[in-house]
Ligand binder design. Structure first.
Ligand code: PRP
Ligand code: URA
Length: 215
């Protein structure tokens, strides 16, 4: 189940019991890195099912072992773009459902003091503007990193883009609405607020560090 928020018209928040259960386990500081990584991938996979509900289909003729029939296949390419590093933690879970998706990478880190995104890498598949682009990053805090990634993709001509995150903060969702009102933001939870260092409360901590065992 997905809920909409009157004050965040760009946001779609999941309320599925399986997602809520896995999210609570992921939030728990006692959850070790390997299990955290598994949970984040599983949540991303569960979200993908609904996020892809409007993907266009094309009719195709096939032969089953018994007869010819007209079936349906996804029409356009899907391009997955994780924002490094933490977006990598959602990639395998999504690729399990979209194994033919192409994968581009955008490298950004958030300056710890200014909280501004610092770009360091961008490698996109050819013709990435074709079809649907899913930008993935577990955390949307100030929204600066996601907004910057979306701007980079639009500069490459991508105009059918969805943003997929695990935890969103109200400030970040508002930033995205201001700069990219055309981009739907799917989240597993809309959390309360940011602390004075830009971390999401209650959140799940530093997603990249928990995924990769760094501090
Ligand atoms: C985290 C997270 C987002 C960003 C969110 O990345 O994965 O990319 O911060 O913050 P914002 O919404 O305020 O921009 P981080 O900068 O920690 O880099 P990492 O993924 O390499 O750990
Ligand atoms: N980045 C994270 O990994 N966690 C937060 O709470 C905010 C930004």
């Amino acid at each position: 189940m997905i809920v909409r928020h009157d004050d965040h018209p760009n946001l779609l928040e999941f309320r599925h019991p399986l997602i809520r259960d896995k999210l609570t386990r992921a939030r728990d500081e006692a959850t070790p890195s390997g299990e955290f990584r598994r949970l984040i991938n599983e949540i991303a996979g569960l979200m993908t099912f609904e996020i892809c509900a409007d993907l266009p289909l094309a009719e195709v003729e096939i032969n089953t072992p018994l007869e010819a029939m007209v079936g349906a296949r996804l029409e356009g390419p899907v391009t997955l773009v994780p924002i490094l590093r933490a977006g990598l933690g959602m990639t395998d879970g999504i690729l399990q459902l979209l194994p033919e998706a192409r994968v581009g990478h955008i490298g950004l880190y958030r300056d710890e003091v200014a909280l501004e995104p610092v770009p360091y890498y961008c490698k996109l598949p050819e013709r990435s503007s074709e079809g649907t682009v899913l930008v993935v990053d577990p955390m949307v805090a100030t929204g600066g990193s996601a907004a910057h990634a979306l701007t980079m993709l639009k500069q490459q001509g991508c105009d059918n883009v969805k943003l997929v995150c695990i935890v969103a903060a109200p400030a970040g969702v508002a930033t995205l609405l201001e700069h990219h009102p055309d981009v739907p933001v799917f989240c597993a939870t809309l959390d309360r607020e940011l602390d004075d260092k830009g971390y999401i409360l209650p959140g799940l901590g530093d997603a990249g560090d928990r995924l990769f065992g760094t501090t």
